[in-house]
Design a binder for this molecule. Structure first.
Ligand SMILES: [Fe+2]
Ligand SMILES: [Fe+2]
Length: 174
C-alpha cells in the first residue's frame, strides 16, 4: 500500500493506486501525490481581497453544508440520500480548508430541517443552483487571487463543484 496526499485539502490517503478523486475534498487525481514528496505550502500573507473572498467562500460552503445535511435527512431515494451525504462531507472538508487558511475555527453546522425541500427532485434542482453559484463565485476568486496557493485552491474548487453540478444534472428529471 502507498501513502498519497491531496495537494488541496492536505489529507492523506492509503491505497494501492491513486483514487480518481480525493475521497475527502473531491479534488481530481492530478492533485494526489506521493506523501513523501510534498509539503503543504505556507501562505506568507493574505491580501485583504483574498481574505474577503475566502470569508465569502466559507459562508457559501457553510450554507451548502446546512442544505446537504438537510437533504440527506429528507431524501428517501436510496442513492440520492448517500449522494447528499457525501456532498455534505465534501463541503465540510472545503469549509475546514478555508477556515484553516483564514486561521479561524470552522463554524459548526447543525441539522436544520427547513434548510431544504421535502422532495428529492426539488433538492436536486436546489443543489444544481447552489453548485452553479459556487462555480461562478470561485471562478471570480480564482481570477482575482494574487497568491499562487489561493489561486490553486480556487481553481481546484471550481473543478470539484463542476463535478457536483454534473452529478445533480444527471439526476434531474426533465
Ligand atoms: Fe483533498
Ligand atoms: Fe465546496
Amino acid at each position: 500500500m502507498k501513502v498519497f496526499r491531496c495537494k488541496i485539502c492536505g489529507d492523506p490517503y492509503l491505497g494501492e493506486d491513486v483514487p480518481t478523486n480525493c475521497p475527502f475534498c473531491g479534488a481530481p487525481s492530478k492533485y494526489m501525490v506521493m506523501a513523501g514528496y510534498w509539503e503543504e505550502p505556507v501562505i506568507e500573507s493574505l491580501s485583504e481581497e483574498a481574505k474577503d473572498n475566502l470569508y465569502s467562500a466559507l459562508q457559501l460552503e457553510v450554507d451548502n453544508i446546512r442544505f446537504y445535511k438537510c437533504a440527506t435527512e429528507m431524501t428517501n431515494d436510496k442513492e440520492g440520500k448517500q449522494m447528499f451525504r457525501a456532498l455534505s462531507k465534501i463541503e465540510s472538508e472545503h469549509a475546514s480548508l478555508i477556515a484553516k487558511i483564514l486561521g479561524i475555527e470552522k463554524p459548526t453546522v447543525t441539522l436544520d430541517k427547513i434548510a431544504c425541500y421535502p422532495s428529492y427532485q426539488e433538492n436536486l434542482k436546489d443543489a444544481h443552483a447552489r453548485e452553479e453559484r459556487a462555480i461562478k463565485e470561485y471562478s471570480k476568486f480564482f481570477k482575482a487571487a494574487k497568491e499562487p496557493r489561493i489561486k490553486e485552491i480556487f481553481q481546484a474548487l471550481v473543478q470539484i463543484e463542476s463535478d457536483h453540478l454534473r452529478l445533480a444534472e444527471e439526476r434531474i428529471k426533465k
